[in-house]
Design a binder for this molecule. Sequence first.
Ligand code: GLU
Length: 510
Amino acid sequence: MEREVRVRFAPSPTGPLHIGGVRTALYNYLFARQHGGKMILRIEDTDSQRFVPGAEDYINESLAWLGIKIDEGVREGGPYGPYKQSERRDIYRDHVKMLLDAGKAYIAFDTPAELDACRAATPNFQYDASTRMQMRNSLTMPADEVKSLIDAGNQYVVRFRIEPGRDVAVHDLIRGTVTIKSDILDDKVLYKSADDLPTYHLANIVDDHLMRVSHVIRGEEWLPSAPLHVLLYEAFGWADTAPEFVHLPLLLKPDGKGKLSKRDGDRLGFPVFPLEWHDPKSGDISSGYRESGYLPQAVVNFLALLGWNPGDDTEVMSMDELIRKFSLDHCSKSGAKFAFEKGKWFNHTYLQAMPDADLAEMFKTVLIAHGVEPADFSDQYITRAVGMVKGRINFVSDLWDNARFFFTAPTEYEPKAVKKRWSAEMPSIMTALADMLASEPDFTGTELEPKVLAWIEQNGYHLGNVMNAFRLTVVGECKGPHMFDITDLIGRDETIARLRAGVERIRPVE
Ligand code: GLU
């Protein structure tokens, strides 16, 4: 029988979830959903030194925002809980004991100072088969001495006893089989009595086993730990049910030179975190995709393509399409350049696909932030304004620069446009245009356009100059949608008022 697909995302709550971690969560989710399997969220908080308050909530909120749904986890519960490692101490203690009893691990008393002395005395010192018999541990001490040291409250660690001379094969579904010699591994610490907690390696393996994880899909930075994990599965006698490994390619700096870091984001102006993060210690604020105006669908789509492709050049894919198309065969081994401009393009594309009315709704908060009361305008008005300019935006906030003139008359006029378009005769021409409009019945765009064009021609004016000056009075600059679509929306009275205000205010630039 096919094994049930069960994957886990296992972040450590040591700070805000990095965008690379988000991609890992996403690929796990896509894989689980595609196979009708389960997605587990396990909080790996065994490193008490690095615990950061708020980080776990941040993880939950980020995944929820992106639409990555968790089947089993701290909040969701599930048959293999608890899903937070700090609540599983008894389980780890039992498993450490299993390895000790089987002679696959041993107790070591060497203090940090003693270990430092070894490192100082021997370059590249490694605690392993070649050195362990010279150290202070349960392999070199009589059992009663070990017991009395523990009873007297001495701190100790439990180390994994790695035998040299073995070829350790790691099978990775993206990378194939990688074999290393066990000699290069050290006797890793699995448990520390000081905080009565296991290290990452032990807890990770035990939990993957007990939670019936079928595939470990994680970042490439964990590949060096994989041989040790293979040996641990073996030591526990679980090799037959060990999960498949998948190590995802690194996210690289936009220029491809090295690993993506927070500093790249600061330097080039893009977020590396899904949500804004307020550091509880330093008070520093790091920008997030959500607060920077990205739609979660755009972020998901963008991240999905950083390390995977659908096999053709389809780019825009919803979560459901990604679930259908995702495959490990099309994941790359080599790092993926973090092309953040592409992220903007995805956001642009998703915004274009949204109904104008939804965009208008989102734009209301931007209006308020700029001191405009949305209730002063009908929903239909805001929707039409948004529809006219949305082609130019990457973010909802960009709507302000592109559509502000629909909501407030210009008070300043772009100097370059004034210099170019506001010639000495313009004030009188614009006054004449305003008078002409005032003598017309209320108009709509389609009626007004031929009338104004005919009026310009009859008077022998230059079409481009007059229309640009007209636009300058209405918009404040010589950009924007079709002029008569603008006048149609703002209406006759407002158009005339802006023409007259322009005549009053615009001073020709010499
Ligand atoms: N706790 C590790 C992390 O923070 C998990 C690595 C793994 O998935 O095995 O990424």
